[in-house]
Structures are given as structure tokens and as C-alpha cells.
Design a protein around this ligand. Structure first.
Ligand code: FPP
Length: 263
């Protein structure tokens, strides 16, 4: 099988996994930064900083494996309820990440995206995010998407608002509304739905992440705290995913005449 990207080498890195079973899009809930820092006697932001390092390493490995896109839950709408100093530190970390990673993303041919509500985010955070999106827009390698000021219900509500506006303006008939009408108005409609959702730090919750898009995603939960998540953890998640039988509400792969046709 031909690698999706020139640098992708799944057969060498994960020889026990059929390259056709590498997920196209992985969504990640990065949990456990606070606990990781606390275990070491440091403030929570120390955990977030190390979480940003784990994010970088995960994207690099995902790219080498031929994964097309990875979306990270970086700051949820609910995260505004955290102490102001932690919120402030996370916003600064987001800006620092964008400024610090820009050259490396360009060098590695990574296309940067972000999803979430603009309203409510500080202008300098929006500028930093938008600027890396623009700088890497022509990159043809893996997509790194960060969800910032993001909520899954809010995303669906925003799509509903856009549809209602189109109906009110006579550009759309209610009878024309289907699943595609909603899917095409989500924040990143061009990305494929995640095949695999990874959550670190052991909790078994979706936490309002990509609610529409993960309808058929396989879920992998690891007890590893996010800053400790490394290439071997990603390999374990992909191995787990590759061993699953994806039914999409239909027959088991082994029962269907066509067999497995890819994730
Ligand atoms: C959850 O851990 C993690 C977060 C709320 C923030 C994750 C953000 C980063 C890793 C920074 C990267 C950001 C960008 C935009 C690149 P937690 O604090 O809830 O951990 P706990 O459950 O142990 O308290």
C-alpha cells in the first residue's frame, strides 16, 4: 500500500498493523495534566506545558504513521470555569505554542487548523491561531487541529443557527435539510470524521467533544496521564483500533461479502 505522505512509514513503525487499518483521523481528549503536575509538586500549568510537548510528539508520530488528521481538545467552553490564573496561563500557552511551533510545523509540512467559537476568546489568541493557520495553509502533510473555546453542543447549535438563517433568507427549504446540511456547517467540514477517539487519564467520558463527528468512532481509554503520552501509547491505541470490528450499524466485517474496505 502506498503511504499517504512521503514521510509516512507505518510498516516500519508498526509492523504488526495492517497499514489499511491506520485511522485517518484521531481525536484526542488530553486529560491528566493537573494530576501529573500535582504528583511532582508543581502547579497545574506545569502539567499543561508538558501536555503541549506530548501534543507535539503525538502529531509527529501520527504523521510518520500516515494519519491524516489529529484533533486535540485544548480548551473547552467549560474550561472557563477554572481559576482565572489557570485560564490565563492556558491562553498564554496557546499563544506561545503557536509562535513557538510555527517554523517546525512548516518544516514538517503540517497543516494547522483550529475549531471553536471566536466570541469570548482574547484577540491575541485568535490572531496567534489564525496566523499559524494562514502560514501552514499550503502544507500537504498531516493536519493538526486544536479545539479551543470549543463545545460539541455549541458547534451543533452554531450549525443550526446558520441553517435557520439560510431558511429565513430563502436560500434553503426546510425539506432540503438532511444530515449533510448540518455536517457541512460544522467548524471543519472538510476533515473526515474521527475513526478513533483517545482519552488519557482513565476517565470514560466524551466531555462534549466532537459530538456529531464521533458517532461511529472507536474509543480507546488509557490510564496514562497526558504529559506521559508518547509514541508507544499512540501505537497501543492504534493497535487496539486496528483489532476492532467496525460495523457502522451493519454487519460484522467477517459476515459482509466485501470484507474490510478501510477505516
Ligand atoms: C486537561 O487536563 C487538559 C486541559 C484542560 C488543557 C490541555 C491543553 C494543553 C495540553 C495545552 C495545549 C494547547 C494548545 C492550544 C496547543 P486537566 O487539567 O483537566 O487534568 P486533571 O484532570 O489531572 O486535573
Amino acid at each position: 500500500m502506498q503511504a499517504r505522505y512521503p514521510s509516512a512509514d507505518p510498516l516500519t513503525l508498526l509492523p504488526d498493523v495492517d497499514p489499511r487499518r491506520i485511522p485517518r483521523h484521531i481525536a484526542i481528549i488530553m486529560d491528566g495534566n493537573g494530576r501529573w503536575a500535582k504528583q511532582r509538586g508543581f502547579p497545574r500549568i506545569f502539567g499543561h506545558r508538558n501536555g503541549a510537548r506530548a501534543l507535539r510528539e503525538t502529531v509527529e508520530e501520527a504523521g510518520r504513521l500516515g494519519v491524516e488528521a489529529v484533533t486535540f481538545y485544548s480548551f473547552s467552553l467549560e474550561n472557563w470555569r477554572r481559576p482565572p490564573e489557570e485560564v490565563q496561563a492556558l491562553m498564554l500557552l496557546c499563544v506561545a505554542y503557536c509562535e513557538g511551533e510555527r517554523e517546525a510545523l512548516l518544516r514538517d509540512n503540517v497543516r494547522f487548523r483550529w475549531i471553536g467559537r471566536r466570541e469570548g476568546l482574547p484577540a491575541e489568541v485568535i490572531e496567534a491561531l489564525d496566523s499559524v493557520v494562514a502560514a501552514t495553509a499550503r502544507c500537504t502533510g498531516p493536519t493538526l487541529c486544536v479545539a479551543v473555546n470549543y463545545g460539541g453542543r455549541a458547534e451543533i447549535a452554531d450549525a443550526a443557527k446558520a441553517i435557520a438563517t439560510a431558511v429565513a433568507e430563502g436560500r434553503l427549504q426546510p425539506s432540503q435539510i438532511g444530515e449533510d446540511t448540518i455536517a457541512s456547517r460544522l467548524y471543519a467540514p472538510d476533515l473526515p470524521d474521527p475513526d478513533l477517539l483517545i482519552r488519557s487519564a482513565g476517565e470514560r467520558r466524551i466531555s462534549n467533544f466532537l459530538l456529531w463527528q464521533i458517532s461511529y468512532a472507536e474509543i480507546h481509554v488509557t490510564d496514562v496521564l497526558w504529559p506521559d503520552f508518547d509514541a508507544s501509547c499512540l501505537h497501543a491505541a492504534i493497535r487496539d483500533f486496528a483489532a476492532r470490528s467496525r460495523r457502522f450499524g451493519g454487519l460484522d466485517e467477517s459476515d459482509s461479502a466485501g470484507g474490510f474496505t478501510g477505516a
